[in-house]
Design a protein around this ligand. Structure first.
Ligand SMILES: Cc1cc2nc3c(=O)[nH]c(=O)nc-3n(C[C@H](O)[C@H](O)[C@H](O)COP(=O)(O)OP(=O)(O)OC[C@H]3O[C@@H](n4cnc5c(N)ncnc54)[C@H](O)[C@@H]3O)c2cc1C
Length: 538
């Protein structure tokens, strides 16, 4: 195997390595290059392959900084959704910076939907007002397009697709407090390992939805950044809080396709089979027949934790594979114009908005916990000290913004606020330029002969997480998961220690580590809060 050592240019300018090309990584890259730094973005597939690209509903935020009342309401909704566990200072800081950062997106070229001269605002579950900017039902794709265009136009940013970050390189091996100086990567087109030197590394690798059998996340969401930072001494936080989206489409055999909450914001209602029968027989608006009213007076538009749990329980009680999202009482013209992407996907299954009941069920969606970071996105150790030169931004980081449950459309907002804060913090630092890094330990490593055992282990992992660490948990189930995860980890570690890395091996190793952190955090909790629901604690 060829091992290449990539050495940083000996110039006074700093070099920053960013792992990930979603909203957090791209936004930070543009801020850093503006300050004159050299930026290398590595990303494991194409530049646009990210959760960001699939975001539908929009980005929450108040543009008018003088509208204190509107900001207070956004803060109050976020805190209420977070079930008492949000960091109030962080929430205030994100909501107050929203206007400036959204204006940054506009100046980069993002086009949000307008209604005359004003932005068209939508509402989603848990929001008390319309405050979500959107680009029809493909907001993420519009943001990703504009950011990628701006990055391509920059001379100081190099974006390297099909490059998989494998592990961080510490300045002094085994001493996280001394900091990070680069990353080992796997070049996926050649299979070669490469060492990249950087004065700082920004982890922007997104979430880990691939841990569950049903997820709205793209295949790249395998918790890599979280796992590599933990191996380098970082602390994880609030990992038990994983958000399941209540309404992923259950049609055909394709991967779950998200039906945005904004559709319920426009009046869509969730019914079970009985509710649907009554609605058809008795009429008078579907809202009154919704099982979700048993869980919250807000019914289908309660916060995601409540609605997803309500769907999960209903499906378990009735034995059905799905519940129904009803939109036939709403304006066809309005829905078709506001949700063209969803309508076109539905048409592939012979379904249509404002006409058919849509079969939906919850699917793993968003990692609320993550790397423990400070207000500037600096990654922390268990001791609370920072790891110099290491930042975590976007979904991979747990800033305290979401508490025990994320309010819809707050994650794109949190990502740009913290990408900006991390970049500004880096700009204010003087760090020693890193000039060389060690090559990957290649000696004695063998090509992986068989991938079949890894595929089986991945299936077992996903089944374990789905059955035992899902929406409703119990101590017995969590203990069972812990035992299974320990067994799988032992098997995979054995393969890892003797093999040249492949993408499948790297991801499985990372997923197992993240799954263990989620399970351990869930086991350690003696109270049900937000997204963590253990039936033994009721
Ligand atoms: C279907 C869907 C709809 C959503 N809708 C909304 C919405 O309307 N509003 C909202 O606020 N939020 C929404 N979210 C959540 C939001 O999109 C994400 O939280 C956010 O986009 C995360 O951005 P990010 O930059 O942190 O990560 P991502 O956008 O996920 O980007 C992660 C990047 O890291 C790369 N990567 C990962 N591991 C490695 C590695 N080892 N080496 C190299 N590269 C790596 C990936 O390839 C990718 O480029 C939605 C999520 C999904 C899945």
């Amino acid at each position: 195997m060829n091992v290449e050592v990539f050495t940083a240019k000996p110039t006074p300018m700093s070099r920053v390595i960013i792992i990930g090309s979603g909203i957090a990584g791209l936004f930070a890259a543009l801020r850093l290059e503006k300050a004159g730094h050299e930026v290398i973005i590595i990303t494991k597939q194409r530049p646009e392959d990210s959760s960001t690209n699939w975001a539908q509903g929009g980005i929450a935020g108040i543009l008018d900084k003088t509208d204190g009342k509107a900001m207070e309401a956004h803060i109050a909704d976020t805190l209420s959704c977070g079930d008492g566990l949000c960091d109030v200072e962080i929430v205030k800081c994100v909501v107050e910076e929203a206007g400036d950062r959204i204006r940054d997106l506009l100046s980069i070229g993002v086009n949000f939907e307008k209604d005359g001269n004003e932005f068209h605002l939508v509402k989603e579950g848990g929001h008390s007002a319309r405050r979500i900017l959107h680009a029809k039902d493909a907001t993420g794709a519009e943001i990703e397009r504009a950011l990628n265009n701006a990055v391509s136009a920059s001379d100081n940013i190099t974006l390297r697709p099909h490059t998989l970050g494998v592990d961080l390189i510490q300045r002094v091996h085994g001493q996280p407090e001394k900091g990070i100086k680069g990353i080992w990567c796997l070049k996926l087109d050649s299979g070669e390992m490469e060492s990249l030197a950087g004065d700082s590394v920004l982890i922007a690798t997104g979430g880990c939805g691939q841990l569950w059998e049903r997820t709205t996340n793209p295949s790249v969401a395998s918790g890599d950044g979280l796992a590599m930072a933990v191996r380098a001494g970082a602390a994880s936080k609030d990992m038990a809080f994983f958000q399941f989206h209540p309404t992923a489409l259950m049609a055909g055999n394709s991967r779950p396709f998200l039906i945005t909450e904004a559709l319920r914001g426009e009046g869509g209602v969730l019914l079970d089979d009985e509710g649907l029968k009554s609605y058809r027989k008795l009429g008078s608006g579907p809202k009154n027949y919704s099982f979700t009213l048993q869980s919250s007076p807000d019914g289908s538009l309660a916060t995601r934790d409540i609605v997803a749990r309500s769907c999960d329980q209903r499906m378990k009680i009735t034995g059905a594979d799905n519940v129904w999202l009803i939109t036939d009482h709403l304006s066809k013209d309005k829905l078709h114009s506001q949700f063209p992407n969803i309508e076109s996907r539905l048409n592939q299954y012979g379904l249509s908005l404002a006409r058919d009941p849509l079969p939906v069920a919850p699917a793993a969606h968003y990692m609320v916990g993550g790397l423990s970071v400070d207000i500037n996105g600096r990654v922390l150790m268990d001791s609370g000290e920072v790891i110099p030169g290491l930042y975590g931004i976007g979904e991979v980081a747990c800033t305290g913004m979401h508490g025990a449950n994320r309010l819809a459309s707050n994650s794109l907002l949190e990502a740009i606020v913290f990408a900006n804060r991390a970049a500004e913090h880096f700009n204010s630092q003087t760090l020693d330029n890193i000039e060389s890094v060690p090559s990957w330990r290649a000696e004695g490593m063998l090509e992986l002969e068989e991938h079949a055992p890894l595929i089986r282990d991945l299936e077992t992992l996903r089944k374990t997480m789905t059955d035992d660490v899902g929406i409703v948990r119990s101590f017995d189930r969590l203990e069972r998961a812990k035992r299974m995860l320990a067994l799988l980890t032992k098997e995979v570690d054995m393969i890892w220690n003797r093999s040249i890395p492949t993408r499948e091996l790297v991801e499985l190793r990372n997923l197992l580590l993240v799954a263990t952190h989620i399970t351990d955090d869930a086991l350690a909790r003696n109270e049900n809060k937000g997204l963590h629901w253990n039936k033994d604690l009721i």
